[in-house]
Design a protein around this ligand. Structure first.
Ligand code: C5P
Length: 237
């Protein structure tokens, strides 16, 4: 019984501002993607990592990974991604060998996830949960709004009870058959799904939450890069 990680890294990262694709920007001098791959291969159970690269960047990502001296005891494959995150994950799943029965899907954009979080997700799937997401309570109150035509003030239509909300992170862990079925049956809605567990929920399969970690935050906006550099500096001190 093997555990594989699929790392979608084919996004352009437009919200970070101009520059290289997000996964190739550096943190502490090392590409974000290399941090993410290291974070997953550090987990003892993970035997294979499939990196999903931009379709025109497969060779470049392969040589980037080769040049950063990753452990040879673990297999690292690089495959071409698609137009949406959902397409990229589907293409990564298609590249898995038959003996893999647990899959962890991890955003390249969460390079600092601690190994304890990866282990906890894998362990919960091993213990019988078909789908597991790491998540944290929210600091902010959340409002549901209706987008206003023309970009004016948006009317609020509801305030969900904050204590029952969770912000979900990755790696999200799945029984392979369950995730594959979700990707086969759940149609894309143009934009694609923003998270894999949401697709599994739509199959009617139960998804459970385990504690996430503050350092598993997603690098999306420029401020996130500042925070990530600070976390890394503290770890290296
Ligand atoms: O855009 P977002 O921040 O939700 O992206 C999450 C992850 O999905 C990132 O690691 C990004 O590289 C990846 N992605 C992808 N293929 C796309 C779009 C996003 O692999 N077409």
């Amino acid at each position: 019984r093997a555990v594989a990680a699929v790392i979608p890294a084919a996004g352009r990262g437009v919200r970070l501002g101009p520059g290289a694709p997000k996964a190739l920007r550096t943190l502490g001098g090392i590409p974000i993607l290399v941090h993410a791959v290291r974070a997953l291969i550090r987990a003892r159970e993970v035997s294979l990592v499939v990196v999903v690269a931009p379709a025109d960047g497969v060779a470049a990502v392969r040589s980037l990974l080769d040049s950063h001296g990753l452990p040879e005891s673990k297999e690292i494959a690089v495959v071409a991604g698609g137009d949406t995150r959902q397409d990229s994950v589907r293409l990564g799943l298609a590249a898995l060998p038959d003996d893999v029965d647990v899959v962890l899907v991890h955003d390249a954009a969460r390079p600092l996830v601690p190994v304890e979080t990866v282990d906890a997700v894998a362990a919960a799937v091993r213990a019988g949960a078909p789908a597991v997401v790491p998540a944290l309570p929210l600091a902010d109150t959340v409002k549901e709004v209706v987008p206003a035509p023309g970009g004016g003030p948006e009317p609020v239509v509801g305030t969900p009870e904050r204590a029952r909300l969770r912000a979900v992170q990755t790696p999200q862990g799945f029984r392979r058959d369950v995730l594959a079925e979700a990707h086969e049956k759940i149609a894309s809605n143009g934009e694609g799904a923003t998270d894999d567990a949401g697709m599994v929920e739509r199959l009617g399969v139960e998804v459970v939450v385990v504690p996430g970690h503050e350092e598993a935050f997603k690098i999306t906006r420029p401020l996130d890069l500042v925070l990530a550099e600070a976390v890394l500096a503290r770890r290296r001190a």
